[in-house]
Ligand binder design. Structure first.
Ligand code: COA
Length: 254
């Protein structure tokens, strides 16, 4: 497996591990990532998730060009782009706070992966870019959408159309990254450690509220929050008890 999941207490780490290919994403890696996210989403003992990568040259140089380059147009659209979107959505909508640890290249799908996290920490020499048009395609894992909610349109155009790279300093000035650190993983761990002092439910609800306001699956987030509120009422307990006892419920409004 080229994506590993490890745990240190309440902090989990998803680690891309294909450094000789600059951690370029394959379908197998995407499937592994989806499995890890499913496991983490349901694990109440996990409070924070770091997304990291092996090697200093790259966080991730994007989608594996050799792999997708061999697909026909229909498979590319369905198996690569649509299924990839599902995985990126899963990451973005994970119930736990996520932190991307960026070093070296974060390109194309690598930048989109970072954008799907809640917070980013970056090494001084890291570079961000959307080089897809240079290989004849377009950003396909929400680089023209989710990324647009995190960066100003001119900056996304600079990268997606003009092929310009974003430095760590500029990413910080734009608010895309929270911190530049020589050891970004250590900085991310320190941020995660502070998170352990907060309420898990409160951070989860805050994340959903921010997403609902920003168009990250807003209607589903609002329904999930409303369901949580309704399920915590005495009326819900009474409704279920009455159904089981085959009697009329006596709702008290509490
Ligand atoms: N897909 C598949 N393989 C990739 C890759 C990608 N996106 N990015 C890098 N690799 C591979 C290279 O083919 C090379 O493999 P090899 O050693 O078997 O030849 C290895 O990773 C190292 O990359 P290399 O190009 O030799 O390193 P470099 O330091 O000279 O250049 C980059 C680094 C990132 C500038 C260059 O690799 C690059 O432009 N990659 C493609 C980035 C891209 O277009 N991403 C969007 C894809 S949709």
């Amino acid at each position: 497996m080229t994506i590993h999941l490890t745990r240190d207490g309440a902090i989990a780490e998803i680690r891309l591990d294909n450094p000789t290919k600059l951690n370029a994403l394959t379908l197998d890696m995407m499937a592994a990532l989806a499995d890890h996210l499913d496991a983490l989403d349901r694990d109440a003992s996990v409070r924070a998730v770091l997304v990291t990568a092996e090697g200093e040259r790259a966080f991730c140089a994007g989608a594996d060009i050799t792999a997708w380059g061999a697909l026909d147009a229909a498979s590319f659209a369905r198996d690569w782009i649509r299924d990839g979107h599902r995985m990126f959505d899963r990451l973005a909508r994970l119930s736990k706070p996520t932190i991307a640890v960026l070093q070296g290249h974060a390109l194309g799908g690598g930048l989109e992966l970072a954008a799907a996290c809640d917070l980013r920490v970056i090494a001084p020499a890291a570079r961000l870019a959307l080089p897809e048009t240079g290989v004849g395609i377009v950003p396909g894992w929400s680089g023209t959408q989710r990324l647009m909610r995190l960066l100003p349109e001119p900056v996304v155009k600079e990268m997606a159309i003009f092929g310009r790279r974003l430095s760590a300093e500029r990413a910080l000035a734009l608010g895309f990254v929270a911190e530049i650190a020589p050891d970004p993983r250590a900085a991310a761990l320190a941020i995660a450690a502070r998170l352990l002092e907060t309420s898990p439910r409160a951070t989860e609800i805050a994340k959903y509220m921010i997403h609902a306001g920003q168009g990250e699956d807003g209607p589903a987030m609002i329904e999930a929050l409303a369901a949580g509120m309704a399920a915590a009422t005495a009326d819900k307990a009474e409704g279920v008890a009455a159904f089981r006892a085959k009697r009329k419920p006596q709702f008290g409004g509490a």
